[in-house]
Design a protein around this ligand. Structure first.
Ligand code: CP
Length: 313
């Protein structure tokens, strides 16, 4: 693979390979935290452009940290301060970045499919940092890594994904990755926020959160994506919390040691209570830490061929 535009199209062994590569960087980052940096500069001399057309905290910063730890020259392009605001098209922007001879483009865009469009036009490796409702592959990889490390394995784990599934690229990429790795995935949402024919993705559909939670190993909560609602009925925050909010009482329906996850940004008091988000079962900050390792792995693996090192899978 030249690019990482989605989990779709990856074989289970390729997903597992990226997780194994990320494990290496989890350990390396531990050494970094202890002040024992080794020579990691395998991306020295390469230029990484992070082009973000949509807001981000976690993804942008972790891609920047990951690139810098690997020695790349990292440049961030924020659409709000760019010529996109003067009407430059996506393709013209992509060709401009290509002409600057970037080696890696990391792109976030509000339109589903925009990253693939750019990937087809440029010479360098492209990584999808989230495109519309479509995919957020590095989020799914960091979530899978968190589950594998905390629960020992992914296969057979009952994972409940609850919230605004209709608009969620995180949910889509997670469903693709977790079903490929043989987890039992349950999805739960009000019917207005459930993707049509979601069962075809190999998941079980619930509208009753209490029923979905029975025996869960992992509970992954999603926020209401208000910026992507397009006129359909949307529950009020109070109504949503009542039926779909993860409260300490509700969490008792899952296994006693169930893992609580959230990709962020959280809307505390709506889809998740602070007592749960900050509680002993929460892996939310660990997810963020795994994000740096996963992104280091993806940057390393996708630039291997350009660096004359054997590629992946
Ligand atoms: N999880 C995630 O993509 O967060 P950001 O929008 O802050 O990058």
């Amino acid at each position: 693979h030249r690019h990482l535009t989605g989990i779709e199209g990856l074989e289970p062994h390729e997903i597992a390979f990226l997780l194994d590569e990320a494990e290496h960087w989890v350990e390396a980052n531990r050494q970094h935290d202890r002040g024992q940096d080794r020579d990691w500069a395998r991306l020295a001399g390469l230029t990484q452009i992070n082009a973000f057309f949509e807001n981000s905290t976690r993804t942008l910063l972790s891609f920047e940290i990951a690139g810098k730890r690997l020695g790349a020259d990292v440049v961030n392009m924020h659409a709000a301060q760019s010529s996109v605001k003067k009407g430059e098209t996506l393709i013209d922007t992509a060709q401009t970045l290509n002409a600057m001879r970037a080696d890696i483009l990391v792109i976030r865009h509000m339109s589903s499919g925009a990253v693939k469009l750019i990937a087809d036009k440029v010479d360098c490796a492209v990584l999808n940092a989230g495109d519309g409702r479509h995919e957020h592959p590095t989020q799914a990889l960091l979530d899978a890594l968190t589950i594998r490390r905390r629960r020992g394995r992914i296969e057979g784990q009952r994972v409940v994904i609850c919230g605004d599934l209709l608009h969620s690229r995180v949910a889509r990429s997670n469903i693709l990755a977790l079903t490929a790795l043989a987890a039992e995935v349950r999805v739960c949402a009000p019917s207005t926020l459930m993707p049509p024919a979601v069962e075809r993705m190999g998941v079980t559909r619930f509208t009753d959160f209490d029923a979905a939670l029975e025996g869960a190993d992992v509970v992954m909560m999603l926020r209401l994506q208000n910026e992507r609602m397009d006129g359909g009925y949307v529950p009020s925050p109070r109504e949503f919390r009542l039926r779909y909010g993860l409260t300490p009482e509700r969490l008792k329906r899952a296994k006693a040691d169930a893992l609580v996850m959230h990709p962020g940004p959280m809307n505390r008091g709506i889809e998740i209570d602070s007592a749960v988000a900050d509680g002993p079962q929460s892996a939310i900050t660990e997810q963020v830490a795994m994000g740096v390792a996963v992104r280091m792995a993806c940057l390393d693996v996708l630039t291997r061929r350009a660096r004359g090192v054997e590629g992946w899978a």
